[in-house]
Design a protein around this ligand. Structure first.
Ligand code: S3P
Length: 442
C-alpha cells in the first residue's frame, strides 16, 4: 500500500500548466475515432482515464498512436466502428464509459463494458434509458450497473429528450449516438451543463444547432453527416487547476500562475465562488482555441470568509466541491453548499468522504442529504490518515488540506490521482509544497 503525506508548506510560488482537460481529451479521441481522416491532438491528458478511452477506441477499430508530444487518431467515419473482440475496460472513468456507450448504441454489434470497483458501482440507468429509446438494448447488473452488455441499434431512431439531471455525460451520450442516427435528435437542457461536446462537434463539422427558449437550451443534431478529422489543442483542466489554486489561496504569502486554463463559462463556477469568499483570483486575457476560451489565472493567498454557495451554480463546478470544502474549512465562518445529491454518485460518495475526512482532520462539518455545512475557523488541525475511496479528487483535496494544516495529513490509495492529474505531487512540490510517498507493507 502507498501512503502519501502532505506537510505544512511555506508560501507557494511559481507558474505551471496543469495537465490537459479530461473532458475535452476524452471527446477529442472519440470524435477523432469516428471522423474521416486524421485528428492530431496536442496537450492530451495522458492519464489512466483517458488512456482507457484510447484503448477502447483502438479495440473498436480506430488507429491511435503517440506522435512526439501529440496523439494521432485515424478515424473510421460515422458508423464505421467494428465489434471489439474483448471486454472494454473503462477503468475509473464515468465519462469514458458513458460517452463510449453513446457511440456504440448506434452501431449494430454487441459489446461488454466494465470498469474498476468504483465505476462498477456507478449508475448507468441515466444513459440506458434514453439510449434504449433510440433502439439499443442493455443487459446490466442490478441497479443498472457495469459490467453490462450493450447491443447497438441496427436501425437507430432519433430522440427528442429533456435532460432529467444536468449531466453532460448523459447529454453527450445521446449526441454521440445521434451522429449515426438518421433524422434530427433534439435535447433540451433546463439547466445548462458543460458544453464541450457541442463545441467540439461544431469544430469537426457536425450538423448542430443551438436554440434557447423558455424551457432552456435546445441542442438539435441531424445525424449521418460525416465528421472531418481536425487538429485539437486541449487546454489545461480547470478542475485540476483548482487544487494548486486553492492551496495557494490558503497558504499565507503565496502567489502562483496557472497557464492555459480552459475558461469555458460552464466550468468556472469555483472561481466565482472563491471570489465571493474573498479570494484574489485574476484572469488574463482569454483566447479562443478550437472553440474553447483559454486563459492564464493568477491567484494570491487570501483571507477567506464563509458563504452560502448558490445551488444553481452546481453544474458549473460539480467536480470542485471537494476542494471547495478545503477552502471553506480554512475560511472564517460558515459555508453552506446544497443541491449536491449528484456528488453521492461520483467516483465515490463525495459528501460522505469529505465529511468523514474533514471531521478526522478536526474540522467542524455537518453532512446533509444533499450537501455540507462547514464551520471554518481560519485554521485546520490536520494530523489524520484519510482514505481516498478510489477517488482522485478526494485524494488531492486532502493533500491540499495537509499543505495548510497544522499537522501532516496522510492519504491512502494516492495512485488514484493518476486518473486525472499524473505528476500531481511533483507539480505541487515545484511550487513549494512538501508531498511525499511512502510504500508500506500490504
Ligand atoms: C463530465 C461531466 C460531469 C463531471 C465529470 C465529467 C463530462 O459528470 O462530473 O467529471 O466530461 O461530461 P455528470 O455528467 O455526471 O454531471
Amino acid at each position: 500500500m502507498t501512503l502519501t503525506r502532505a506537510t505544512r508548506a511555506d508560501a507557494l510560488s511559481g507558474r505551471f500548466r496543469p495537465p490537459g482537460d479530461k473532458s475535452i481529451s476524452h471527446r477529442a479521441l472519440m470524435l477523432g475515432a469516428i471522423s474521416i481522416g486524421l485528428t492530431r491532438i496536442s496537450g492530451l491528458l495522458e492519464s489512466a482515464d483517458v488512456l482507457a478511452t484510447a484503448n477502447a477506441l483502438e479495440s473498436l477499430g480506430a488507429g491511435i498512436k503517440r506522435d512526439g508530444d501529440d496523439w494521432l487518431v485515424e478515424g473510421c467515419g460515422i458508423g464505421g466502428l467494428k465489434a471489439p473482440v474483448d471486454v472494454l475496460n473503462m477503468g475509473n472513468s464515468g465519462t469514458g464509459a458513458r460517452l463510449l456507450m453513446g457511440i456504440i448504441a448506434s452501431h449494430p454489434f454487441s459489446t461488454i463494458v466494465s470498469g474498476d470497483a468504483s465505476l462498477n458501482e456507478r449508475p448507468m440507468g441515466r444513459i440506458i434509458e434514453p439510449l434504449t429509446q433510440m433502439g439499443a438494448t442493455f443487459e446490466a447488473r442490478d441497479g443498472g450497473r457495469l459490467p453490462l452488455t450493450l447491443k447497438g441499434a441496427t436501425s437507430p431512431l432519433p430522440l427528442t429528450y429533456t435532460l432529467p439531471v444536468p449531466s453532460a455525460q448523459v447529454k453527450s451520450a445521446i449526441l454521440l449516438a445521434a451522429l449515426n442516427t438518421p433524422g434530427e435528435t433534439t435535447i433540451t437542457e433546463p439547466i445548462p451543463c458543460r458544453d464541450h461536446t457541442e463545441r467540439m462537434l461544431a469544430h469537426f463539422g457536425a450538423d448542430l444547432h443551438l436554440k434557447a427558449d423558455a424551457d432552456g437550451r435546445r441542442i438539435i443534431l441531424r445525424g449521418e453527416r460525416e465528421l472531418t478529422g481536425r487538429p485539437v489543442h486541449v487546454p489545461a483542466d480547470p478542475s485540476s487547476a483548482a487544487f494548486p489554486l486553492v492551496a495557494a489561496l490558503i497558504c499565507p504569502g503565496s502567489q502562483i500562475t496557472l497557464e492555459g486554463i480552459c475558461a469555458n463559462p460552464l466550468r468556472t463556477g469555483l472561481f466565482d465562488t472563491l471570489r465571493e469568499m474573498g479570494a484574489d483570483i485574476a484572469f488574463g486575457p482569454a483566447q479562443e482555441q478550437d472553440g474553447e476560451p483559454v486563459t492564464d489565472i493568477t491567484c494570491r493567498a487570501s483571507t477567506l470568509k464563509g458563504i452560502t454557495v448558490p445551488p444553481e451554480r452546481a453544474p458549473a463546478m460539480i467536480d470542485e466541491y471537494p476542494v471547495l470544502a478545503i477552502a471553506a474549512a480554512m475560511a472564517k465562518g460558515t459555508t453552506t453548499m446544497r443541491g449536491l445529491g449528484e456528488l453521492r454518485i461520483k467516483e465515490s460518495d463525495r459528501l460522505a468522504a469529505m465529511a468523514k475526512g474533514l471531521a478526522a482532520c478536526g474540522v467542524d462539518v455537518e453532512e446533509l442529504d444533499d450537501g455540507l455545512i462547514i464551520h471554518g475557523k481560519g485554521n485546520i488541525p490536520g494530523g489524520a490518515k484519510v482514505e481516498s475511496h478510489l477517488d482522485h479528487r478526494i485524494a488531492m483535496s486532502f493533500l491540499v488540506l495537509g499543505i495548510a494544516a497544522e499537522n501532516p495529513v496522510e492519504i491512502t490509495g494516492g495512485a488514484t490521482i493518476d486518473t486525472s492529474f499524473p505528476g500531481f505531487a511533483k507539480a505541487m512540490n515545484g511550487l513549494g509544497a512538501h508531498i511525499t510517498e511512502e510504500k508500506t507493507s500490504p
